[in-house]
Ligand binder design. Structure first.
Ligand SMILES: [Zn+2]
Length: 623
């Protein structure tokens, strides 16, 4: 549901970020900010800070930062709308009642969650009853402890056709909900009966803990029945959007900055029990884009794929890789020996052996794909070609140029093929090589200059870039508009800084007034990280500045800004002179040389002008 901006602002104003963070993190006041140990990565010293005046948090260790909403989104893995709801409730602000249709839908969904929860408790009771003896023994043989049974709310569905149905009748559960959730099935004669019979039941929760469906493992050895059966798709259960165990694992995934993806329910439970509390399962299918995005809410690092070496496992893996690469994740892959799955491996060899395997034997996805296709029997040369083609396909869908380069470099070194050959074939395949040269939009109000844009190739910000962005972040529109007059985006040699600068200029053109949050809303995650980091950094230009606005009296600040602009432009000129001199050395054509020399002369003149401070005097005192 979309809330009006005034309401979001009211919720934010009513939610003191220090108080909200304090509910989860110990904070100590130092200067104007508060400091504590980051909840998003494990650390011994406090590098997580909260600025009450700016209403933001920022971790200097892992880079996470944002408003009180982002804090709740990150800690609880919620969407923006969900975070607004949580904070509104905390602040006792009433959110607008959803329209009747929405309200009906919400109520209906709640009833469905509650119906599932009811079924779960009926099955939990069965497991503990005399009728659950065989199922309990099964779990015992698999080494599942009572603690795990209760952590994952395992239960048992009785063998009869109408056991759940009659319990529902007794508890006055509405049959339409049972039917919609697929807990009962309506037969040809119009009579309903239990879907899950004689099965060990695994409740499936979504990432915020609601009970959305079930998986059931058959207890008889009768092969007429599928070994595993799941709830059918319903208004609340979408198989492709859930990961089993994520609710239990999410805290640990974030702390460890790693996730183990396995196939089955019991794999997850055994792993959690053995201390690998960052394991989740796909329930035997290939990963979907929704599932990968769900994982990315908690970590985008160290995604480890564990799969059974059987053909179903391999094929799930093969289909999952493009999905992960498309989302910018290069996983590592662990194959367990002797047809073990994680559950059987841990039971037989123990947690230490598993840790050793995990650390020593997992391979990069690229290495895995090469090995996988090359080990298929048959024509060795064609297999090798196929394997390389597969990796290039994966590189082509990877969203970021630098990552693509790294994939190709790894492939080149593993397959012993020159990088240039692989890049050529990536290009043919449609993927881009990196080093983007983005066309730079000249601001209409920028002064005419002789400088073509410098290619944005730097990754660390130069000091004047930082200073200028910090000024913009601190003072918003008033400074951005002024800067836009003197500094074209092309002067920013760092891609990241340039992009944030362009967004600030665009905002200033569109709006009379804007704030930090407006800029952050337009930024990519990577850009936001920079924006929040600069926003919370210690030095502030002048405490008086904000109240004064930008006017003739604030000469000191103005000089400060002008100084940063000048330094940035000098830097830009110097880098251009440097480039020209390099080119000069590599050409014999006297005409080209002459024109280059002219350009260098012009640039040197420009530099002299900049150093003398003429740039601003001219603008200030028109003749
Ligand atoms: Zn952190």
């Amino acid at each position: 549901m979309k809330y009006p901006p005034q309401l979001i602002a009211a919720v934010q104003a009513a939610s003191d970020i220090v108080e909200v963070v304090r509910e989860r993190v110990d904070l100590k006041k130092k200067g104007t900010n508060y400091w504590g140990r980051c909840p998003f990565h494990s650390e011994k010293t406090a590098s997580f800070s909260v600025s009450p005046s700016k209403g933001i948090f920022k971790c200097f260790g892992c880079g996470k930062g944002g408003s009180v909403f982002q804090f709740i989104m990150e800690t609880d893995g919620l969407s923006f709308g969900e975070a607004v709801r949580v904070l509104a409730e905390r602040a006792r602000i009433e959110l607008p009642k959803p329209g009747r249709e929405d309200e009906e839908r919400f109520n209906r969904e709640d009833s469905l969650f509650e119906t599932n929860r009811w079924a779960m408790s009926a099955w939990i009771a069965n497991l503990q009853s005399p009728a659950g003896k065989a199922a309990r023994e099964y779990l015992e043989n698999r080494g599942i402890t009572a603690e795990s049974i209760s952590k994952f709310n395992l239960g048992y569905a009785l063998p009869g056709w109408e056991d759940l149905k009659s319990t529902a009748y007794r508890d006055q559960i509405r049959s339409e909900f049972l039917e919609e959730l697929g807990l009962v099935i309506r037969g040809d004669q119009g009579k309903t009966y239990d879907r899950f019979r004689d099965r060990l039941m695994f409740p499936i929760q979504d990432h915020i803990g609601r009970y959305i469906g079930f998986g059931g493992r058959i207890m008889t050895s009768d092969t007429d029945f599928a070994k595993y059966m799941n709830s059918p798709e319903s208004a609340v259960y979408h198989k492709s959007r859930v990961l089993y165990g994520l609710f239990q694992a999410r805290e640990s995934i974030r702390k460890k900055e790693s996730v183990l993806i396995v196939e089955g329910y019991l794999d997850v439970i055994s792993l959690h029990q053995a201390g690998f509390t960052h394991a989740v399962a796909t329930s035997g299918t290939a990963l979907t884009p929704d599932q990968v995005r769900l994982i990315k809410r908690y970590t985008d690092k160290n995604v480890v794929f564990l799969y059974d070496g059987d053909s179903a496992g391999l094929s799930a893996m093969e289909r999952s890789l493009p999905v992960l690469f498309t989302e910018g994740i290069i996983p590592t892959i662990l194959t367990l020996p002797d047809n073990h799955d994680p559950d059987s491996f841990i039971r037989q060899k123990g947690a230490d052996q598993f840790t050793w395997f995990l650390n020593e034997k997992r391979r990069s996805a690229i290495d895995f794909v090469l090995g996988y296709y090359q080990s298929q029997a048959g024509d060795a040369i064609n297999d090798r070609e196929e394997a390389i083609r597969r990796v290039i396909d994966l590189a082509a869908v990877y969203p970021d140029g630098v990552g693509r380069d790294l994939i190709i470099q790894e492939l080149a070194s593993l397959a012993r093929i020159p990088e240039s050959t692989l890049f050529a074939s990536l290009k043919k395949r449609g993927g881009q090589q990196s080093l983007p040269t983005r066309p730079v939009r000249e601001k209409p109000m920028a002064p005419p200059d002789t400088l073509p844009a410098v290619k944005p190739v730097r990754t660390t910000l130069l000091a004047p870039e930082r200073d200028l962005l910090k000024l913009i972040i601190e003072y918003g529109k008033v400074v951005a508009a002024y800067l836009g007059y003197f500094v074209a985006p092309g002067y920013f040699p760092t891609e990241l800084a340039r992009s944030v600068y362009e967004k600030a200029l665009a905002l200033s053109e569109e709006r009379e007034y804007w704030e930090l949050q407006d800029l952050a809303d337009r930024c990519t995650e990577h850009e936001q990280e920079l924006v929040y980091r600069l926003a919370i950094e210690k030095y502030s230009i002048s405490p008086r500045w904000k109240s004064m606005g930008f006017d003739k009296e604030s000469l000191d600040v103005r000089r400060w800004i002008e100084d940063a602009i000048t330094r940035l432009r000098i830097q830009s000129v110097e880098s251009h002179i440097h480039d020209l001199k390099n080119q000069l050395a590599s050409t014999d054509d006297p005409e080209v040389q002459q024109s280059m020399m002219r350009s260098v002369q012009e640039l040197l003149a420009e530099k002299k002008k900049l150093l003398s401070g003429d740039l601003f005097r001219q603008e200030d005192e028109p003749a």
